[in-house]
Design a protein around this ligand. Structure first.
Ligand code: NAD
Ligand code: UD1
Length: 336
């Protein structure tokens, strides 16, 4: 019985593959490398000493995708694959709707045809839009503010509908907060294309000398130091959350939804300080105007995942920054 990881060469997928292989699970990785490097596969093998099947394949290519299900005894799917850049989704909405939605429909149709019951979906805190209050629990109102967020919300709705139509399906919708950090080995980590949009990759590249200075997007928010507050979660904690979710699906739970975060919020300036401490490098920054679409504060109520999955994030921001830095300093150009 195999676990299929779509997008398994990506940032979160590769870390999850490592955790699964270390538990001797039978893993199949599928990726088209649209946002990742083939080198990741060697790095996963180097960390774990384990082998796994790999398919270089686009999920939009349904004909070849079907071969994966014909050739293997897939038991569970973790669906990481998708485009994820908010700004790009505003410029190229059709690319986002096509890639994220059609890919998922292809997978779900094959899942039905091959009688696969367990499905884990990478959703995002973005489905809460600008939340009315924090911490955010799973029952908070859902709203999307950009095409990327729309695709997450649409897929969540599709999953809710198919779950209603077939009680034998077990589906976990995981709403990630802000994944950061890297594997302790420094062999795998986040490798954004071009100039990073997200805070930690940007800070890391300033620290390593690839970028000049961080632009802090606004210091006039209603937060303790005026800068935006987020719930950063170590990617290895997140990966472990997937394993606990698979355990949950094996109890035949139907559809479940969990926030995966730490429950703690840190400001941009707190992250800059923590990263300076971890890297022992100066992080130059300037305050600029707010980034359009940003919210002031976002952090999770994770009590449901703590209770029902017996899962809790273990790493704090010190480890997140140390591990991000270890990855960045050992791979200053990422996988390139
Ligand atoms: P990533 O871009 O590193 O990984 C996604 C992988 O999917 C890439 O390797 C890419 O090549 C692959 N892919 C994309 N479209 C594909 C297709 N049509 N066929 C085959 N492979 C395809 O992203 P990530 O950070 O690992 O995120 C994984 C998932 O988690 C995504 O769905 C993302 O939206 C979601 N998510 C990420 C974050 C975050 O901040 N990283 C936060 C919330 C949710
Ligand atoms: C972004 C996405 C969100 C996604 C989340 C996790 C946007 C608008 N939103 O949100 O959909 O779910 O990532 O992947 O892109 N910051 C700076 N300077 C920078 C970069 C960021 O000051 O160069 C600030 C931001 O204003 C924010 C914080 O750092 O306050 C975190 O930003 P980021 O890492 O982009 O994550 P989110 O804004 O939470």
């Amino acid at each position: 019985m195999s676990i299929l990881l779509t997008g398994g060469a990506g940032y979160i997928g590769s870390h999850t593959a490592v955790e699964l292989l270390q538990l001797n699970k039978d893993v199949i990785i599928l990726d088209n490398f649209s946002n990742s490097s083939p080198l990741v596969l060697d790095r996963i093998k180097e960390i774990t000493g384990k082998s796994f099947k790999f398919y270089e394949l686009d999920l939009l290519d349904k004909k070849n995708l079907e071969k994966v299900f014909i050739d293997n005894n897939v038991d569970s799917i973790i669906h990481f694959a998708g485009y994820k850049a908010v700004g790009e989704s505003v410029d190229k909405p059709l690319d986002y709707y096509t890639n994220n939605i059609i890919s998922t429909l292809n997978l779900l149709e094959l899942m039905k045809k091959y009688n696969i019951k367990n499905f884990v979906f990478s959703s995002s805190a973005t489905v809460y839009g600008n939340p009315d209050k924090c911490p955010i629990n799973e029952n908070s109102p859902l709203r999307a503010t950009n095409p990327y967020g729309q695709t997450k919300l649409m897929i969540e709705n599709i999953l809710k509908d198919i779950s209603k139509s077939d009680a034998s399906l077990n589906i976990a919708i995981l709403r990630y907060f802000n994944p950061v950090g890297a594997h302790k080995s420094g062999l795998i980590g986040e490798d954004p294309n071009g100039i990073p949009n997200n805070l930690l990759p940007y800070i890391s590249q300033v620290a390593v000398g690839n970028l000049d200075k961080l632009k802090v997007f606004g210091d006039d928010y209603n937060t303790h130091d005026g800068t935006g507050v987020r719930d950063y979660i170590h990617v290895v904690d997140l990966a472990k959350g997937h394993i606990k979710s698979l355990d949950k699906l094996n109890t035949k739970c139907g559809l479940v939804i969990y926030n995966l975060g730490t429950g703690n919020g840190y400001s941009v300036l707190e992250m800059v300080d923590a990263f300076r401490e971890a890297s022992k490098r100066e992080i130059s920054y300037e305050i600029v105007k707010r980034r359009q679409g940003d919210i002031a504060i976002c952090y999770a109520d994770c009590t449901k995942a703590n209770r029902e999955l017996d899962w809790q994030a273990e790493y704090g921001i010190k480890d997140m920054c140390i591990d991000s830095w270890n990855w960045q300093v050992n791979n200053p150009k990422g996988y390139k």
